[in-house]
Structures are given as C-alpha cells and as structure tokens.
Design a protein around this ligand. Structure first.
Ligand code: SF4
Length: 234
C-alpha cells in the first residue's frame, strides 16, 4: 500500500505527549484560512512511499524510546485506506516492542491523529481508518478563534481520546494550556528530508500561537536564515 507523504520527523516534541514520531500525509482540500501548511494541500505534491517504509521508521522510533506516533497533514483522512493500514501496523508494532511501557508515565506508545474534519463528517471508510487511533484532534483551523489549549490551533478543535490508553494518556491534557514551546524548529539540509529532495528547508513543527510564525521568521532572519517561501503565505 502506497501513501502520499509530506514528511516525517523524530523526535517530535510539540504534537502530543513525549518524544514522538511525526508523519505528515500530503493533500488537504479543506483550505483553512491561516493554515501554516499550505505546502501540504496539493494531493500529489509529496512523495509516494510504502506504508511499510513508514512502519520501519516507527519500529526504529520505538527502539529509540518513542512515546507515541502523531499522524497529521495535510488531511490524513483523505487517504483513509493507507492510514488504516499505517495505524494497524503501528499498533501491532508498539504492542510487540520489547520497550513497551517505557514512556515516562509507564504507558505504551500512543497513536494520535490530526484531522480537519469533524467527527460528524466522517463516512464509514474514514471512521474505520481511525479504528486504532488512541486519540484524535478534530476540526478545521479557525484563525479567528485562538486558544491556549495545548496541541490545538483554535478553540473549536477537540482532542478526543478513543481508547482506554488514549483516555489515560490524554486525560491530563484535555483542558491543559500550553506551558512549553509550541513550535519545534528543524533545519533540513538539501535533499536530506524523507520528502522530495529540494533546497534546504526550515520546518516549524507544532501548533504556533498567534503571531508566533512572524516571531520565528524574525528570529531566523536575525541569525542569517532568510526564508524565500513560507508555507503559511499564499
Ligand atoms: S489547517 Fe489542517 S485542515 Fe486546515 S487546510 Fe491546513 S492542513 Fe488542511
């Protein structure tokens, strides 16, 4: 099974609890005003990869102590069959992994999915794709509804646990406000990303607070890194 991939990163520390593997799927038709990831909109603008390749990354991340997997985008539920296979395989690997239960809270690694759809918008195929997700963040990003809730970009978005593990792992975070860095800066050398080879890229991973993207753009500029394109600008 192939999936159109935007990128991956480990360790990701700004989209879910602990050190995580981040997988961003390519393609999103929802076009939220203010989206920071416009580069993920085009359905074929990423790189086709086998789900097994992503599971190899997950296997390696688990061996390195990953506390969870975050799948975002783009819109992961627009590739529902591949997403289902990815999550099914990720659940199988985390259960079999010898370091199962190595997270700081003693729980197994969890599987978190971001979607711009509301739960009520999911058809049977998309619903089935989330069968192995421990928690889901749902809803469009609405720029006019800022929030300080951790891992959510706007106040309408819901963090919804879906399994017993998800309910335990995410219970302390459902109403918690962000108290640490909300964005992680990753500089990817030319041709070194999991996505298509290209020029060096600066990736801002996470859910920036209002005004934070401009702040980081200035911060990078003061250090000699001038951005030629910005994924949050049309
Ligand atoms: S914020 Fe998310 S759901 Fe909205 S357009 Fe961007 S990638 Fe799509």
């Amino acid at each position: 099974m192939r999936v159109e991939l935007s990128g991956t990163h480990f360790p990701l520390e700004t989209l879910g609890p602990g050190r995580r593997l981040g997988i961003w799927l390519q393609g999103c038709p929802l076009a939220c005003a203010g989206c920071m990831s416009r580069h993920t909109w085009a359905p074929h603008g990423g790189e086709p990869v086998d789900v097994e390749t992503l599971l190899d990354l997950w296997r390696a991340a688990l061996a390195d102590g990953a506390e969870g997997l975050t799948v975002s985008g783009g819109e992961p539920l627009d590739q529902p069959v591949a997403l289902a296979e990815l999550l099914r395989g990720a659940a199988r690997l985390r259960s079999a992994h010898p370091r199962h239960g190595s997270a700081a809270d003693g729980l197994p690694a969890d599987l978190l999915v971001y979607t711009g759809y509301e739960e009520s918008e999911l058809d049977a195929v998309r619903h089935a794709a989330l069968a192995h997700a421990d928690a889901v963040v749902t809803g469009r990003f609405r720029i006019a509804e800022p929030t300080r809730l951790v891992w959510r970009g706007s106040a309408n978005q819901r963090l919804a646990p879906r399994t017993a593990l998800g309910r335990i792992r995410y219970a302390p975070h459902l109403g918690r406000e962000a108290d640490g860095p909300s964005v992680q800066i990753v500089v990817t050398p030319a041709g070194a990303s999991t996505g298509p080879a290209g020029p060096p890229a600066v990736r801002l991973l996470g859910v920036p607070r209002r005004g934070e993207l401009s702040h980081w753009e200035r911060w990078l500029g003061e250090r000699g890194l001038r951005l030629r394109e910005r994924s949050w600008r049309p």
